[in-house]
Ligand binder design. Structure first.
Ligand code: FA5
Ligand code: MG
Length: 436
């Protein structure tokens, strides 16, 4: 098959990640460009803004234990199974996550550590975990295949509801309408986002309230008055290990930017960590640090966080909020690349998400990875601009528009052409596409 061929020719027998050597297999899809990012450790490197945000969050959650150095290489059991992801969840696919081999992968979220951390958390304890996470996502101003999350969780004894309600009252009094404008979220949507069967409203709703109030007051305290009022909205969300679940978005540059997902942890997950779901509830959240840093520091593009350019680094001081001054941008160049997918790739609507189906495998994320791998930091944006099925040929054609831009210099036309040609050659070699 196409995939076996690709692996045979291009995947080395072992790969080394963070000093550890692993055998590869038919699941291996971790490109060297992504593996290199594991060494950066931006969230614990002053004066990087992500390190400052990590510390600001930690100072808001007094008494919570912090985990900031857990390695990014985890098992799919921890990343998915411990959280009740169903076996056919799309997030498990090679097309969405980075695998070193079938048994080890890069965490796709800090929730991968929930069960292990809960296990060593005392009753009524709280914890935070900040880390780099990896997903085969699209690239644009607010999405990057590597980013950072802070996970936070708090266990509450069901016997302590009165204390919690009093705390909630206190938190609510501290909310200032001139600092934060909050759109309402229903407490739960009984049909799509219900309370867990074993949970009574009186032992869950105060916990869900506390979750939303702790997060809202966090943002009120870290965003300085000059950036407020901050306009946020809560909407229902879905995660395999929480119910009810919520999402928080913030108004940013004429749109809504998603900051975090959160919810009430399922009894199953609590039980897996050897806590007692009958007497303990827990809320948990996972927030994107770059998504907070963008409005907070005025950083307009998520890729800047990975910059090695001193014009980026020298603008920050450890622990301080500063408004980022954009440095001059060089002009962009666009190139369109159109190609036929290999014979045998199914019609788009006939394609199934399940692995190992009929026909030739085609993962759209392989395309983005190869373009990035060859074009590196010169690739600012890639967009699918055409996707059609040619009935007579029985083949699917795609076209992408690649925007090249350097943060350091003006690109000359021959250089852009050369990179585009190298991308075409790599796509032909690796994905067996036919350039049109
Ligand atoms: C999660 O990752 C859940 N683990 C969060 C969670 C934790 C839910 C605990 C319940 C309990 P989600 O996929 O929505 O959820 O990602 C969380 C946040 O990470 C997003 O809200 C966003 O701020 C950030 N994020 C997600 N994808 C990207 C990306 N490609 N680039 C930058 N930030 C991202
Ligand atoms: Mg989300």
């Amino acid at each position: 098959s196409l995939r076996t061929h690709k692996r045979h020719v291009h995947t080395p027998r072992t790969i080394t990640v963070l000093g550890e050597t692993y055998p590869t297999d038919d699941y291996t899809n971790l490109p060297p460009t992504i593996a290199a990012l594991l060494e950066r450790r931006l969230h614990v490197t002053p004066p990087h803004p992500l390190n400052t945000i990590r510390k600001l969050i930690a100072s808001h959650f007094e008494g919570f234990k912090s985990y900031d150095n857990l390695p990014a290489v985890v098992t799919p059991e921890l990343n998915f199974d411990s959280l009740g992801f169903p076996p056919d969840h799309p997030g498990r696919a090679r097309g969405q996550s980075y695998y070193i081999n079938r048994g080890v992968m890069l965490r796709t979220h800090t929730s991968a550590h929930e069960v292990d951390i809960y296990r060593e958390t005392p009753r009524s304890g709280g914890w935070l975990c900040t880390a780099d996470v990896y997903r085969r996502d699209e690239i644009d101003r607010s999405h990057y295949p590597a980013f950072h999350q802070t996970e936070g969780a708090r266990l509450v004894n069901v016997a302590d509801m009165d204390k919690l309600k009093a705390e909630n009252e206190e938190l609510r009094r501290g909310l200032s309408a001139s600092r934060i404008i909050m759109e309402d979220c229903p407490d739960f949507d009984a049909i799509t986002n219900p309370l867990q069967a074993s949970h009574l409203p009186e032992t869950v709703l105060p916990v869900a309230q506390n979750l939303r109030l702790r997060i809202t007051t966090l943002f009120m305290s870290i965003f300085p008055p000059s950036t407020t009022p901050l306009h946020v909205r809560w909407t229902p969300d879905l995660f395999p290990w929480t119910s009810p679940s919520y999402q928080l978005e913030v108004r940013y540059r004429d749109g809504w930017l998603e900051l975090l997902g959160c919810g009430i942890v399922l009894d199953d997950t609590i039980a897996r960590s050897s806590h007692d779901p009958a007497s303990e509830r827990s809320w948990a959240f996972g927030m994107g640090l770059e998504r907070i840093a963008m409005p907070l520091f005025g950083v307009p593009d998520i890729r800047l966080f990975w910059s090695r350019d001193e014009r980026f680094w020298k603008q920050f001081r450890d622990g301080e909020l500063r408004t980022f001054q954009e440095f001059s941008k060089y002009p962009p160049s666009e190139r369109d690349v159109a190609f036929w997918l290999p014979v045998g790739v199914a019609k788009p609507h006939a394609a199934s998400h399940a692995a190992g189906g009929e026909g030739v495998g085609w993962e759209e994320n392989d395309l983005w990875d190869i373009i990035r791998e060859v074009g590196g930091d010169l690739v600012e944006d890639v967009k699918l601009i055409d996707d059609f099925w040619h009935e007579a040929k029985g083949r699917r054609s795609l076209a992408v528009r690649i925007t090249f831009r350097s943060m350091e210099r003006s690109l000359e036309r021959p250089e852009v052409n050369e990179v585009t040609d190298a991308i075409k050659a790599k796509l032909t070699e690796r994905l067996a596409v036919e350039i049109r």
